[in-house]
Design a protein around this ligand. Structure first.
Ligand code: XMP
Length: 513
């Protein structure tokens, strides 16, 4: 889709997507591809460079993933990372064995010959290692660029071909020079100019959408989140009057959410916005339901019904626009040339079925979340939308533990808004990946004035995360937590105790249900 393409070959590494994000941050467009693609396909894609990811395998495993050796004959620059390095050194005649000491974590590295790859990297620096095997011997074809105390070949270069390899991980933030090393590879070894820009993406995508949609009508489902808002903003720019946005108010939204969607899209973007107020329908379908997965199923089912009904009021709609992102495409195995589906421990049962009969428009299929945010800003969406924390499809129902009632939802909304307001005021909102309140299905004893109380407990959850697959609890300042707790207990009737969740994911999840 763009002039400069770099391919990240996925050998099963947990870091393949992170490598891709780092490459995109350096303004080079890249895609993740399966390791078993034939060399002829690599040749067709005309990459400027190829990066081999790491892998949990050892090159001596019976089913160790390997690259088609024809790829080496293409003479395209290669950077092997960790297993990627071991695999190709092994294929090219080097030997790989168990390291004397497994290396996990930060390690000091000594650069002996910077060459192009390590140009500008200090002679002594820190890198992130995570390996049991390592390359022990390379035949005369390779030369050493750097070593650590236990890893003699921490960075190598082929003597005659543009092939490099590093045993450490440049993509993680614990390798401070990692960005420079990737940049050196992309710019100085591959000759990339760094032409990937969100603004050019906008122009190209708008042209593509215009061509695809023609003069037909298109429906865009809005959730209030950044992805669907960006899709809507793109569509409105491309084929404005043909777009109808549907927003389903399921009564499980946060304080002010419905109004903010109306304000942004009806008032600001002047969009044809259809709001389906279905709060009562969802609440009665959920009455008495305590099992989280059953809640999700009910909400998914009701959502489809309400959406279908609302879509009927938009005649001649042929297309449905969705905010599917690149990680979803990769993880569901839906990318052309991409890796097979990974089993994602995710409980999302939402989404609209194919039977609705629309053709899909998915303009964000190639983008990561941070790129979508940049796109949103460029399209003029307000910061409050662009930087909004993700919110689960089943909404507050999975934060209202046990049976959902409108009274509990009211309490939860009030607590949630206080927490978010205080995070914003203290400059902590953007530092957390997700933050929210949860109302627990227990009552606790307290005293207020001279009265004994027996009221609800509210838990606060705030996490820092890169990808929502793992997360650490946010170390919020205690005075901030104190302010939130005092305000909640003083301002929200029915709550007499506030607790802070200090569990990381794994083993806990971000949501409580
Ligand atoms: P967990 O709780 O699995 O959440 O650590 C990871 C991320 O996914 C969101 N989440 C959901 N999103 N439907 C969604 O659309 C769901 O059923 C759902 N459950 C969790 C959660 O908010 C977090 O961002």
């Amino acid at each position: 889709m763009t002039q400069e393409l770099v391919l990240i070959v996925d050998f099963g590494s947990q870091y393949a997507q992170l490598i891709a994000r780092r490459v995109r941050e350096l303004n080079v467009f890249c895609q993740i591809v399966r390791h078993d693609l034939p060399a002829s396909r690599f040749a067709e894609l005309k990459p400027k460079g190829i990066i081999f990811s790491g892998s949990p395998s050892s090159v001596y495993d019976e089913k160790a993933p390997k690259i088609d050796p024809g790829v080496f004959a293409l003479n395209v620059p290669i950077l092997g990372i960790c297993y990627g390095l071991q695999m190709y050194c092994h294929m090219l005649g080097g030997s790989v064995g168990k390291a004397a000491a497994r290396e996990y974590g930060r390690a000091p590295i000594h650069v002996t010959n910077p060459d192009k790859l390590l140009a500008g990297v200090p002679k002594e620096t820190i890198v992130w290692m995570s390996h049991g095997d390592q390359v022990q011997n390379v035949n005369n074809d390779f030369e050493t660029l750097a070593h650590t105390e236990t890893c003699p070949l921490a960075a190598v270069k082929h003597r005659t071909k543009p092939f490099y390899g590093i045993q450490f991980h440049p993509e993680v933030s614990h390798t401070p020079e990692g960005g420079r090393i990737l940049r050196n590879f992309l710019h100085d070894v591959c000759g990339c100019e760094g032409l990937w820009r969100i603004s050019t993406f906008i122009d190209r995508t708008i042209a593509e959408m215009k061509a695809k949609i023609g003069d037909k009508r298109v429906i865009c489902g809005l959730s209030g989140g950044v992805d669907s808002s960006v899709v809507a903003a793109l569509l409105l720019k491309a084929v404005g009057p043909q777009v109808a946005c549907i927003f389903v108010d399921n009564g499980l939204l946060r304080e002010g959410e419905s109004d903010s969607v109306k304000h942004t899209f009806r008032d600001w973007f002047n969009a044809d916005l259809h709001v389906a107020d279905a709060s009562e329908r969802f609440l009665s379908a959920l009455a008495g339901v305590t099992d989280p997965q059953v809640k999700r199923k009910i909400i998914g089912r009701e959502f489809i019904e309400v959406f279908k009904q609302e879509a009927k009021s938009i005649p001649n709609a042929k297309f449905l626009a969705q905010g599917t992102l690149y990680p979803d495409v990769i993880e569901s195995g839906g990318a052309v040339d991409g890796p097979a589906a990974t089993i994602k421990a995710h409980h999302n049962v939402g989404g609209l079925p194919k039977e609705l009969g629309f053709d899909l428009v998915e303009p964000l299929r190639d983008l990561f979340k941070d790129e979508v945010r940049r796109l949103g800003t460029e399209l003029g969406l307000p910061d409050s939308v662009v930087w909004r924390h993700p919110f689960p499809g089943p909404g507050l129902s999975v934060r209202c533990l046990g049976a959902v009632t409108s009274e509990k939802l009211d309490v939860l909304r009030k607590c949630d808004v206080i927490f978010l307001e205080e995070l914003q005021a203290a400059g902590w909102y953007r530092k957390t990946g997700q933050a929210f309140a949860v109302i627990l299905p227990v009552q606790s004893v307290g005293v207020m004035g001279d009265e004994r109380t027996y009221e609800s407990v509210v838990a606060l959850r705030a996490v820092e995360t890169e990808d929502f697959m793992t997360a650490d609890w946010s170390r919020l300042p205690t005075d901030l937590l104190a302010r939130v707790s005092t305000r909640i207990i003083n301002e929200v009737r029915g709550v007499n105790r506030v607790v802070y969740d200090i569990s990381s994911k794994p083993p806990a999840t971000i949501e409580w249900e």
